[in-house]
Write a protein of this length. Sequence first.
Length: 280
Amino acid sequence: MPAARPRILYVTDLAYPARGRRYCDEDILLTSRLREHFDLALCHPLDAAALMDGHDAVVVRNSGPVLGYRREYEAFRERALAAGARVYNPLTGKADMMGKQYLLDLSAAGFPVIPTVDRVADLHRLPAAERYVVKPKLGADSLGLRILPAGRLTGLADGAVLIQPCVDFAYEVSFYFVDDDFQYALHAPDPERRWELVPYPATAADLEFARRFIDWNGLGQGIQRVDACRAPDGELLLVELEDLNPYLSLDALPEEAREAFVGALASSLGRFVQQAAVPA
């Protein structure tokens, strides 16, 4: 049973050098506010497995890409699942939490996703393009991403990377959810400046697009970010569904929207921990 004030282990790498962003500022803000509701301890992702016992929930936030500590992350997952530990986001996500295979699956299923294959032999399934985006299946934070002309794709190791046409999109836009509830949207008006974000007035059609992927993932609880691009024909196409540790760009929000998000997160975590206290 949780204590009167639930005990939260908050996993973050405050020193992670993100390009164009300061992860640490976001987590300092969130933890300073969540302490109003929970007994909170911060730890580095490499220490999470050893420290998770004795806490009512483990919150994985801006912990950086797991590529740099894949073995330790898998050990954390295995230990948490074996012990029935409450991890937020839950470890049942089907999107970035499990790599990039979902982009292939969604593309093959006809979802509005940037067309994606993982074998040069399947390039005929993609729209013809002069350049292609090539990224590792287990990539994150643009690590390993390359843009190559069509003539340089033949030497790629089949099955190890994702291949997508280089889309001449108008802008990128992200939709942020807590549990299944939409919170806010941000977009980058300049495609060359991905992290210079401003609030975006999402339309009903935009939210229908984003909710389609939230529903597909079936996570139920936690924070998710749906990243999309506006294609030349005006259609939104999924770029990424981040369900592990999405950066939230809270500094781009007006104060009222930021406070509303913090309140939604605190309420979600409170429900999450309370469910753990209720016998099955």
